[in-house]
Design a protein. Structure first.
Lengths: 424, 401
């Protein structure tokens, strides 16, 4: 996207960095291959077989499943990972390093599952379905973050916006119905967004500090109101659960159907939002303006764009998204409010934004990856493999550190991200 | 509990150095550094009163039938809550002890965040560093057996080392790869929680438990109480106060502290002046982590039941950010801020017990105070305090550049 196409020393530098990265990832892949071959392939009896169920009890097409020999499957996967790693070490095709890593990790996870499910079966599609569900809040959080940051405002307060959205959604949904809950949650998110924008733009408060304080405020206020109001009036903490909408025909497709086409409206809206934001940011005048404000506010100002107005609009608009995410959490996933119920998922959203390189589809992909690691942690815990589930739960955070450290390619933030703009 | 006689007419001398901002607080006069926090505190208490008054369901129901009676009840409710807040924080010797007890970890962790700010680093990871420090201290406190005079310093040192490793790692990542410390320290907080859960269920678990709780620290590793067994405040308080002077000395008297501040205000200039920015950044984060680690050690060594859990840090690591901001990253300012928030925490418990107003109000008050301190323009507009609008400067760097 932004490759340097000159023959300056930068190219040489870049190549050497790429080469080093290819070496590191080659070694990592080799290590993964060793684990797959040594543990997953030869840690099971030679006649053990694994079964992946590909249908849910509610599906119209029943009893679709894959059964195979665990050892042969893992052995094949291990050899493939080994080949990918060896290819990296030969330092050809430097651009494909991330693809190789992605394929390698996917094979690794499949081998892990085959090993964990040796001599038993488990519902692969059930796990994929819960991956999609748990990815929604993460994706919405990431979309909130990128909508702000593309316009140059860092939003650390996503967590607080989600939490406040969840609280308002529960109360209003219990009192006036689901739609009131969703609308109120979005407004609450936007209100906190407005506070962030106001502090950051009008008073030039450091944006990270403003976000941190908004989180603290949200935790305090929702916990206070929960134990003062909701404990007195229990009927305000009993929202109706939002039911799924099965999309005819599409939901009957094996695997894909239950994964994507049998969900609450929140899920569909999220997918539409990803597409809409992608088009918005990269195909419309609004997006071009927002991005120019995030990259070079002075130039944007010179061209007659009202920098501060664009920033206000984006941050408040992003708040609507976060509030929507909070409503999903409270109305579709958990169906009641608990103190600090977000438990850091807003920060995973922030991580997903970086992992997805500030792109809407990247946010979705990162949300799915992080959601998958959560679902995997659950499954691996249930199957009892001896791998501590804590390490699985750590994965999104470790992955984010690896990404910001530039080991999987440098993720580049908008150039003016976090910098206040003062009109000269 | 606040001084409400507002010295509003206090003339504010022009600021000499706009480079350091109002939040880091360098170059501000004593008078102004008192006026704004006092007004911020007052405003926060007023907003808190409104929140208390309008969150009681019974009163709200009454409001439509008999507004006069409802208003009366609101006033009595608020005054009951705030009297309990005062009583619980300063009202008796035990309250004072509780306030100091709550202030101890806040002070150590607040110094950690402040030290980071001075070096231009935003350490959001005090929470995780506290856990790692607490864990390291637990190991030394459970498995080692020594006389207290050696054992206590050794356990504290282990806490310092544990936090130092965790903070230093974030510093090293920033120095070597440019990974932004805000992201790495936030992620570090979560990784530390899961790591802690794992260690406490497999390694150093309390025998006979299946939830993540460590075994008990031996008696020689526990911090003795300062004023007898009846009062919970320990010698940890003296230690924390000693660190106020130590950090002050480090920042303003030592040459490495000068480098911290120079790199903090302008890394490029520091680099041109021959400072090794990478080492400065790593060292600053490591020392900040160490201070937070000591706060974590205090949480296992200084209070019953002398055991480590993944929740040992409570919310201290995050409250520490508000402490550092209110104290303007000045070690002495951090001391006052920690005492104030410690008092609020102790008073909040009394408020919850005696007036049935949830302690979470204290968190709201803290957040509001910090918002008003960080945005003095707001306080100026409300109270029409005269003063020059400061040039806004950034305390942290965004991850854009």
């Amino acid at each position: 996207m932004d490759r340097v196409e000159t023959t300056t020393p930068e190219v040489v530098l870049r190549t050497s960095v790429e080469e080093r990265r290819a070496t590191i990832i080659g070694v990592v892949l080799m290590a993964l291959a060793a684990v797959v071959l040594g543990v997953f392939a030869f840690g099971v009896p030679s006649d053990a077989s694994s079964t992946f169920n590909l249908s849910l009890p509610t599906d119209s097409i029943q009893n679709v499943s894959l059964t195979f020999n665990s050892r042969i499957f893992s052995a094949v996967a291990g050899v493939l990972i080994f080949a990918l790693g060896a290819n990296r070490l030969r330092r050809r095709n430097l651009e494909r390093t991330n693809t190789a890593l992605g394929i390698g990790l996917m094979l690794f996870v499949l081998a892990l599952l085959a090993w964990a499910a040796a001599d038993s079966s488990f519902s692969l599609v059930g796990m994929l379905r819960s991956t999609v569900i748990s990815s929604i809040v993460i994706t919405l959080g990431a979309l909130t973050g990128l909508t702000c940051e593309r316009a140059g405002v860092i939003n650390i307060g996503i967590e607080g916006q989600l939490l406040t959205g969840a609280f308002v959604a529960v109360v209003l949904s219990s009192a006036f119905g689901t739609w009131a809950g969703v609308a109120g949650a979005m407004l609450a998110g936007a209100l906190l967004g407005a506070l962030l924008a106001w502090l950051a733009i009008r008073f030039s408060v450091d944006q990270i500090i403003a976000g941190v304080v908004i989180n603290i405020l949200a935790v305090g206020l929702t916990s206070f109101l929960a134990s003062r109001v909701l404990s007195e009036a229990q009927d305000l903490n009993a929202p109706a659960r939002v039911s799924s909408i099965r999309i005819p025909l599409l939901a009957d497709i094996p695997v894909i159907g239950p994964m994507f086409f049998d969900h609450t409206f929140f899920v569909y809206v999220t997918f539409i939002l990803v597409v809409a934001l992608h088009i918005g940011f990269f195909r419309t005048r609004w997006g071009l303006r927002a991005r120019s404000v995030g990259e070079h506010p002075k130039a944007a100002d010179t061209l007659g764009i009202d920098v501060l107005k664009v920033r206000y609009r984006n941050v408040i608009g992003a708040g609507l998204i976060a509030g929507f995410g909070g409503a999903f959490l409270a109305l579709a996933q958990i169906s009641r409010f608990e103190e600090n119920m977000t438990g850091g998922i807003g920060f995973i959203g922030l991580a997903a934004m970086i992992f997805g390189r500030w792109l809407p589809f990247g946010a979705l992909a990162a949300g799915l990856v992080f959601g998958f690691s959560g679902a995997l942690a659950q499954k691996v815990g249930i199957l009892g493999t001896g791998i501590p589930s804590e390490f699985m739960l750590m994965l999104p955070y470790v992955a984010t550190v690896i990404v910001v450290a530039g080991l999987v390619g440098r993720a580049r933030a908008p150039a003016a991200d976090g910098q206040p703009y003062i009109k000269q | 509990m606040t001084d409400t006689r507002l010295p509003e007419k206090e003339p504010t001398p022009p600021q000499r150095s706009p480079m350091m901002d109002r939040v880091t607080g360098v170059g501000t006069s004593v008078a102004r550094s008192l006026v704004l926090p006092t007004l911020a505190m007052l405003t926060a208490l007023i907003i808190g009163a409104i929140i208390i008054a309008f969150s009681d369901i019974e009163i709200l129901r009454l409001l439509f039938d008999d507004p006069g009676a409802a208003a009366g009840q609101m006033v009595s409710e608020v005054s009951r809550a705030y009297r309990a807040l005062f009583r619980g924080s300063l009202g008796s010797v035990n309250s004072l002890s509780e306030s100091l007890f709550a202030a101890t970890p806040l002070l150590l962790a607040g110094l950690s965040v402040a030290l980071g700010f001075r070096a231009g680093l935003f350490n959001i990871g005090a929470q995780g560093q506290m856990l790692m420090g607490g864990l390291a201290a637990t190991y030394v406190g459970v498995y080692v057996s020594l006389p207290g005079i050696i054992h206590i310093p050794l356990t504290l040192l282990a806490g310092f080392a544990g936090g130092m490793i965790w903070g230093g790692l974030a510093g090293l990542l920033k120095a070597r790869t440019g990974a932004h410390e805000v992201i790495t320290t936030i992620m570090g907080n979560f990784i530390a929680v899961f790591f802690m859960q794992w260690v406490l269920t497999t390694g150093i678990q309390d025998p006979g438990r299946n939830n993540p709780v460590s075994a008990e620290l031996v008696t020689s590793a526990r911090l003795p109480r300062l004023f007898g067994v009846d009062y919970r405040v320990t010698i940890g308080l003296l230690l924390a106060i000693a660190f106020v002077f130590a950090v002050h000395w480090l920042l303003y008297q030592s040459s490495i502290g000068f480098e911290f501040r120079a790199v903090g205000s302008n890394p490029k200039a520091g680099s041109y002046a021959g400072m090794n920015v990478a080492i400065v950044v790593t060292l600053a984060m490591a020392l900040a982590g160490g201070l937070a680690g000591m706060a974590g050690a205090n949480q296992v060594m200084g209070l019953e039941p002398y055991k480590a859990t993944p929740a040992l840090a409570g919310a201290v690591g995050f409250d520490a950010i508000t402490v550092a901001l209110l104290g303007r990253s000045n070690p002495v300012g951090v001391l006052w801020a920690a005492l104030l928030f410690g008092a609020l925490a102790a008073g909040g418990r009394e408020m919850q017990g005696a007036a049935q107003v949830p302690i979470d109000l204290v968190v709201v008050l803290q957040a509001l105070i910090v918002i008003f301190v960080a945005a003095p323009g707001m306080i100026r507009a409300i109270y029409r305090v005269k003063g020059r609008e400061e040039k806004p400067t950034q305390m942290t760097t965004g991850w854009g550049s």
